[in-house]
Design a protein around this ligand. Structure first.
Ligand SMILES: [Zn+2]
Length: 291
């Protein structure tokens, strides 16, 4: 694998870097300063705890050797995806029909991106791991999950002109959560593979509802027009192999909307490939058959 040591922009130093905070007239300087002090205090407290308390499994609290690592029992409950997989959606296939085989789901509903790869299906302990990363503040999980994603997505990360693009959160949601889990995963994948990460190439300009409770049609409507490329991205992504990074793939509404945005430029400025790398992906039962 070709090593790429340069980064298109520096990784966020903490959960809410200066680029993460919305800069609106209603938010004064003192408010932003107070938020940064609060976040810095929390980070220091967390680091101190890590030093005092030995690492434990994020799911069952059994002591483990590495921070963010799973114990043997939980590890065996991860529904790993292994070859053969659908070349478009990364779904497990029942039979090996050789490279390029695609699932019935990919033929029935072709995605806007070229290929997707995932570590596991969104079953078993996978939803709990994603929930722990996103909603329980266990951001250190991103390192181990990101390392797993780098392995699962190695076919997407071989070339030197690959750029990782994390799916952005709306600024207000990021302010509430204090970090973007996709950016943390992309940073971990970049650290493992050397692929550069473009952190602020895409903005989420529409505040969408949480996707979890929505139907497929509602999800598509929910994310339409949600993303906007920054001027920086237009030059940085031209003719590159873009790998979008997210935690979960369900109906594909979010990744499809982002892929369409990435491909919305003039032909000379478009990425030559747009792939997706996620931790877990929902399996559509009909897709197990190959075509
Ligand atoms: Zn465990």
């Amino acid at each position: 694998m070709t090593k790429r040591l340069s980064a298109l922009s520096g990784p966020p130093a903490n959960a809410a870097s200066h680029t993460d905070l919305p800069n609106t007239p209603s938010q004064g300087f003192l408010t932003q300063l107070a938020l940064r002090v609060l976040h810095a205090s929390r980070a220091t407290f967390t680091n101190t705890l890590d030093f005092v308390v030995p690492p434990s499994c994020p799911l069952c609290r059994t002591m483990v050797q590495m921070d963010g690592g799973l114990c043997g029992s939980c590890w065996r409950q991860v529904p790993w995806i292994e070859a053969p997989v659908c070349n478009r959606l990364g779904l497990p296939l029942a039979y090996d029909l050789g490279p390029g085989a695609v699932s019935a789901e990919a033929l029935a509903n072709p995605p806007e991106f070229d290929r997707l790869r995932a570590v596991c299906t969104h079953d078993g302990v996978a939803p709990r791991l994603v929930h722990a990363l996103k909603f329980s503040g266990q951001r250190h999980l991103a390192e181990s999950l990101g390392a797993m994603m780098a392995r699962a997505g190695r076919a997407l990360l071989l070339e030197a002109d690959t750029v990782l693009v994390p799916v952005p959160l709306h600024p207000w949601r990021q302010l509430h959560r204090r970090y973007n889990q996709s950016a943390l995963l992309a940073r971990a994948i970049g650290a493992t593979t050397g692929a550069p990460v473009l952190y602020d190439g895409v903005k989420r300009v529409k505040r969408t509802r949480q996707q979890l409770s929505l139907s497929r049609g509602d999800r598509l409507r929910n994310v339409r027009g949600a993303f906007k490329l920054t001027p920086k991205a237009r030059a940085a992504l031209a003719e590159k192999r873009v790998v979008m990074v997210d935690d979960v793939h369900t109906t594909g509404a979010t990744l499809n909307a982002l892929a369409l945005t990435l491909r919305s430029q003039d032909s000379s400025m478009r990425p030559k490939h747009v792939d997706a790398l996620v931790f877990s992906t929902a399996v559509v039962q009909e897709s197990i058959s190959t075509i």
